[in-house]
Design a binder for this molecule. Structure first.
Ligand code: NAD
Length: 497
């Protein structure tokens, strides 16, 4: 069976650990490969390699770094079909969706190509008499990324292109459920001319993560995953004196106002709730029906959810692929059982689905609950599957209160024709990423991605200028070049006279 190894110092290397994980093809349910689960020793050795590489990479002019990143961009484009197929084969999502996620990652690489401009500092002449002051941003050294299964290309690409463009060296610990894409990206970066040791991949699980946390030469951690692990990373990064950004889970609401374009809202909800089988941190898993729109909304949604075409990701007619693993499928099904027990009305039950020829695949059809309320567990917790809950409220204020009181604050949307209401919503809602008549408000690469509340621990979001700041240290220089007689010592705080 194929064994997926680590990528360190510009080549694939065998780890010392004997522990291995299983990688499945979710479409068939068969195990397709094994992945080496690295040890603390593997991680520590990789840090040494990255530290050595950092000595020269950090000094390379940013324009030269940008040229390598530009070649990397070209290679991703040339290999996009292979990368997309890797995503489909290990994650399960449908081909076009996988391709779209790769493109969103590529956009961060494009952003990073502008690094000479992005790293320009500030300069002030004559902050005192004959005294000038300027600020610059310098790399941190060795930094690490720990990523989730649901975007095996895009989420790592939120991190490493910018970190590396800023002059850092990078160690990626991808999800052990779908690790192949990370290795392919590392190989392409080497092919683009990236010096060995600047971008490394160490496969593994908690053991590697804990080794990253305690290694004193890892200066910063970017994490994306579930909230309990994000909190663990955040707390331990502080304990071990590292800079950290830890993005967690979500429960996103889409508010449907009575005046909206209802067909637009229904189509938006269908893609946002069931796209990628709901395994997106920006999935819209709660539809908030305001006023008297509920019955019509639910009637339109039911018809479409019943008609959802579920199938293997490589089948061009599939709208939704399988879930990532059997365990995850069981977890999602258990939430549906729970919703029924809690008294929500299950209008569309995807548990019944059977696919001929793919009986062992990890499939579930789209599920639709009506009359969900804020006290139900299926409302409070992230299900991370194709399950849409409809909550009915009387007013916009009630909808906003519901959202503001939820523990998560990743993404939110409103569908309305009322511009004043849309503006009030954007202004007042306690959520990091807001859409107005846009179902999934994922910011572009040159803006920054990040939620609020328990969807993000730390101060900065991913990519855009937040990314540049996260991966660099600010240094401010104050200088004077006296040519005459030196002044006497001054024992008081210098101020402008
Ligand atoms: P996860 O938290 O299980 O795993 C994420 C990473 O943490 C993986 O690399 C994994 O190996 C590691 N990990 C898992 N358990 C660990 C432990 N006990 N100690 C140390 N490390 C551990 O998340 P997942 O299931 O891979 O991904 C789905 C989650 O990610 C969802 O909650 C989703 O909302 C979230 N997510 C959030 C965003 C965002 O931007 N906020 C984006 C994508 C996914």
């Amino acid at each position: 069976m194929k064994l997926i190894e680590h990528y360190v110092g510009g080549k694939i290397i065998s780890g010392k650990s004997n522990r291995k994980g299983k990688v499945f093809n979710p479409a068939t349910g068969e195990q397709q490969s094994e992945v080496r689960l690295g040890s603390k020793n593997d991680l520590d050795q990789t840090v040494e390699v990255a530290k050595k590489a950092s000595e020269t990479w950090s000094l390379k002019p940013s324009l030269q770094r940008a040229r390598i990143i530009f070649k990397f961009k070209d290679l991703i484009e040339k290999n996009s079909d292979e990368l997309t197929k890797l995503i489909v084969s290990e994650h399960g999502k449908v081909y076009e969706d996988a391709r779209g996620s790769l493109t969103r990652g590529l956009e961060v690489v494009e952003f990073a190509c502008g690094i000479p401009h992005l790293l320009k500092g500030e300069f002030s002449e004559n902050v005192g008499t004959d005294v000038d002051s300027w600020s610059m941003r310098q790399p941190l050294g060795v930094v690490a990324g720990i990523t989730p299964f649901n975007f095996p290309a895009m989420v790592p690409m939120w991190m490493f292109p910018i970190a590396i463009a800023c002059g850092n060296t990078f160690i990626l610990k991808p999800s052990e459920k779908d690790p192949s894409c990370a290795i392919k990206l590392a190989q392409l970066f080497t092919e683009a001319g990236l010096p060995d040791g600047v971008f490394n991949v160490v496969n593994g699980d908690k053991e590697v993560v804990d080794a990253i946390l305690i290694n004193k030469d890892v200066k910063a951690i970017s994490f994306v995953g579930s909230t309990p692990i994000a909190k663990y990373i955040y707390e331990n990064s502080a304990k071990y004196e590292k800079r950290v950004q830890a993005l967690g889970g979500a429960k996103n609401h889409l508010v449907v106002m009575p005046d909206c374009d209802l067909d637009g809202a229904v189509n938006g909800l269908m893609g946002a709730a069931y796209g990628s089988a709901g395994e997106r941190c920006m999935a819209q898993s709660v539809a908030v029906a305001v006023g008297d729109i509920g019955d019509e909304l639910v009637s339109k949604l039911s018809k479409k959810a019943e008609a959802l075409k579920v199938g293997p990701g490589m089948d061009k007619t599939s709208e939704m692929g399988p879930l990532v693993t059997k365990e995850h499928l069981e977890k999602v099904k258990s939430y549906i059982d729970l919703g029924v027990k809690e008294g929500a009305k299950l209008l569309v039950d995807g548990r019944k689905i059977k696919l001929q020829g793919y009986e062992n695949g990890f499939y579930i059809g789209g599920c639709l609950f009506d009359h969900v309320n804020k006290d139900m567990i299926i409302y409070k917790e992230e299900i991370f599957g194709p399950v849409l809950s409809v909550v009915r409220v009387k007013t916009f204020e009630e909808a906003a209160k519901l959202i503001n009181e939820h523990e998560y604050g990743n993404g939110v949307s409103i569908y309305t024709r009322d511009g004043d209401l849309g503006r009030t919503f954007a202004n007042k809602i306690q959520v990091g990423m807001v859409g107005i008549n846009v179902p999934i408000p994922v910011p572009m690469a040159f803006h920054s991605f990040g939620g609020w509340k328990r969807s993000l621990f730390g101060d900065s979001g991913m990519h855009g200028m937040e990314g540049i700041k996260f991966y660099t240290k600010l240094k401010t220089v104050t200088s004077r070049w006296p040519s005459g007689i030196r002044s006497n010592p001054e024992f008081i705080m210098p101020t402008m006279k």
